[in-house]
Design a protein around this ligand. Structure first.
Ligand code: SF4
Length: 355
């Protein structure tokens, strides 16, 4: 028989659905992998115990976790770190906007270097090991950074996400065709800096309404997006640009991974009493997902370490949602799930049994 998720309160997009009982009846330290069979069991058990039940559920968002592009760059770093023990591996800028993952990689030997430190570093490096390597992170770099690395004779590994590379190539192609390039995204975001570099720094960043005034209304214009922006925000800005510029071509260069997150997040936010959005405090993607969840469910908190959790957040909660951004590693999400499981097992948070 075909499983029909619409008949239950289970959202088929949730990879896992962990059920706890207070007091404890069954507990598994490993969250259950959701299969159609065990889902049916949970659903049946919910139906029979319904209102008198005082279970607490932890719902881990299946869409949460590091995106393919950042995962790929981390894989490159780890491969280089394993290759030869004596040499040093550097990354240009934070490899990921998550301080916990950066700490993990730094403990494995990765060092972070900033572009404006490159000249001095190369000078000092003359006395260092010529096998040292510099990794370009998933956000990419403008062509002049690659030129600089070449001039300084630095061994380079290019970890630019292929989706970002496509945006760079598109911007370059249209710039060469004589188009004005408008990129909807955040000023100073490293990906935007890398894309603008492919337009010889002629691209115009559209973050605020007033940025549209910088556009020449009489020039044919390509409008594109930072890969991680909110699709709704992109639509709003495109509408504003269309009011000003006569000839416009639009390319929605938002990453599919990000679009999927935006489509599924509201449903996830509605299904939990309290939501933890796990991600780096510098990560704009985490901030944006937190804002989206909070607009739907005010009991939503942005955290990166279990130590930040305030137990009062969970008073009376029956379902706790755990999600993360494109830069939240799965081991960190697991850390939160395990901590919550442990506390629940110890009898916290307390849930009053309903009548
Ligand atoms: S969010 Fe998408 S475009 Fe950005 S690095 Fe990840 S996979 Fe690449």
């Amino acid at each position: 028989m075909k499983f029909e998720p619409a008949l239950t309160n289970y959202n088929s997009n949730y990879r896992r659905y962990v059920v706890h009982h207070v007091p404890k009846v069954h507990h598994s330290s490993t969250p259950k992998k959701m299969t159609e069979a065990n889902l049916r069991n949970i659903t049946a058990s919910e139906e029979t115990t319904s209102s008198a039940d005082n279970r607490i559920r932890i719902i881990l968002d299946p869409q949460a976790g590091i995106c393919g592009g950042v995962r790929r760059a981390i894989r490159f770093a780890e491969k280089e770190l394993k290759r030869e023990s004596n040499r040093q591996v550097y990354v240009l800028g934070d490899i990921i906007h998550n301080e916990r993952e950066v700490e993990r990689l730094e403990a494995a030997g990765l060092k972070t270097l900033h572009v404006d430190e490159l000249e001095q570093w190369a000078e000092d490096e003359k006395a260092g090991d010529p096998r040292d390597v510099v990794l370009v992170r998933a956000h990419g770099e403008p062509p002049e950074t690659f030129d600089q690395l070449k001039r300084l004779n630095v061994r380079t590994v290019n970890g630019t996400c292929p989706v970002v590379t496509r945006s760079q190539e598109l911007a370059q192609e249209y710039h060469q065709k004589g188009y004005q390039i408008a990129i909807v995204g955040k000023h100073k975001h490293p990906e935007i800096v890398s894309i603008i570099g492919h337009t010889q720094n002629h691209g115009i960043i559209i973050q605020f309404d007033e940025d549209t005034e910088k556009l020449n209304p009489d020039r044919p214009t390509l409008v594109m997006a930072q890969t991680t922006i909110d699709p709704k925000q992109f639509g709003v800005m495109v509408a504003k640009i269309l009011q000003r510029v006569k000839e416009v071509e639009v390319s929605e260069t938002i990453c599919k991974f990000v679009i999927r997150r935006h489509l599924n997040l509201p449903r996830f936010a509605r299904n939990a009493d309290v939501i933890l959005v796990v991600g780096g405090h510098k990560s704009s993607n985490t901030k944006m997902l937190h804002a989206t969840c909070k607009a739907i469910n005010p009991r939503c908190y942005h955290v990166v370490d279990v130590k930040e959790i305030d137990r009062a957040w969970f008073d009376g909660a029956r379902a706790i949602g755990v999600t993360g951004s494109a830069s939240t590693p799965s081991w960190l999400l697991e850390e939160f799930v395990k901590a919550l499981e442990k506390w629940i097992e110890a009898g916290w948070p307390r849930v009053e049994a309903s009548n």
